[in-house]
Design a binder for this molecule. Structure first.
Ligand SMILES: [Fe+2]
Length: 321
């Protein structure tokens, strides 16, 4: 069962990513990472394959790189996600959003469905009851993700942005359902506040168009902490009135493409309208995200042992079992 600390009000009381303290904390970690990684630096020099993507990432706050991953592998992961859900297997906490809605619960008051309930339920009933389902322990249930996020080109891309190798700090594989339930939680605009700079890799497991609930980003908001209100969730109207509708980008992409975003800027997962969306989301950061008590990421010891020293840096703070 998921174990996240939820703030019991709508105040942005852990909104720290833009403060001088957060910046200092980030750069202290950056300096120590650069010093520790000095021996590996040759690997990264003169690697400009993704220079224009990193330029976009730094200026707009996001980039989309076409055909980054092997499409058939990605489709396999999508199929496995569907199978886990169908069999009520390896699922993280699944919320009964329908009952939460009927009982007019606040957004932090959650009602959970048990795996037993889910297994008994028809696909259709389940689909109309919850906004989405998260698969537990992604690096165990999808060991291929370890390879994906430690490929030479992926690490070089992250290095081009951070100027050192970051760590995986959060990962989830999730299906978001297209149903009649209203948008909830991270389907509203928000900022990730756990670091001065935080990169999210969004790996769609199926093709995502405007009807499949793309990841949505407000261009340029990663370096502007100017929004007049401080709270946890924002409506489309609040964001578009302040920044302009043209700054809101629905990042549609195909399975196999990579979307990267600095999620200290305003973002959300758009609620799917017609088609369900399967996605893997992974955060990369130079230190543990501050203010969050995510479930610890775990991976198999023997999978970690197979990695080279540079790859191991990515999974530094992952628990090996
Ligand atoms: Fe977020």
């Amino acid at each position: 069962m998921i174990n996240k600390k939820i703030n019991k009000d709508n105040n942005e009381n852990y909104f720290i990513s833009f403060t001088p303290e957060a910046q200092k904390f980030f750069y202290n970690h950056k300096i120590s990472k650069i010093l520790n990684q000095k021996k590996h630096l040759d690997f990264f020099f003169n690697q400009n394959e993704y220079a224009s993507s990193v330029f976009d990432l730094k200026s707009r706050g996001y980039c989309v790189i076409k055909n980054f991953f092997n499409k058939s592998l990605i489709k396999k992961l999508s199929q496995r996600t569907n199978n886990f859900i169908k069999n009520g297997k390896n699922l993280d906490g699944v919320r009964d959003n329908l009952r939460e809605l009927k009982e007019k619960k606040n957004f932090y008051e959650r009602i959970w469905l048990s795996n037993k309930d889910i297994k008994k339920m028809s696909d259709k009933k389940l689909k109309n009851m919850t906004n989405g389902i998260t698969i537990s322990e992604p690096l165990i249930n999808f060991p291929e993700l370890t390879k994906i996020f430690s490929s030479d080109r992926f690490i070089r891309l992250l290095f081009n942005f951070y100027e050192c190798v970051p760590e995986l700090t959060y990962i989830k594989v999730r299906k978001a359902f297209a149903n009649n339930l209203p948008a909830n939680d991270t389907q509203f605009f928000h900022r990730d506040s756990g670091s001065f700079n935080l990169l999210k890799a969004i790996v769609y497991l199926n093709d995502v168009d405007i009807n499949t609930g793309p990841f949505t980003y407000t261009e340029g908001t990663h370096n502007k902490f100017d929004f007049p209100k401080r709270k946890l969730r924002f409506t489309d109207k609040e964001i578009s009135n302040y920044y302009g509708k043209n700054k809101i980008k629905n990042l549609v992409a195909k399975a196999g493409d990579l979307v990267l975003a600095n999620t200290t800027g305003f973002h959300k997962g758009l609620k799917p309208k017609i088609f369900d969306r399967n996605v893997c989301i992974a955060n990369f950061c130079l230190h543990k995200e501050v203010g969050f008590t995510y479930n610890k990421i775990v991976m198999k010891k023997n999978n970690f042992a197979k990695l080279n020293p540079i790859q191991k840096l990515i999974f530094k703070s992952v628990k090996k079992i």
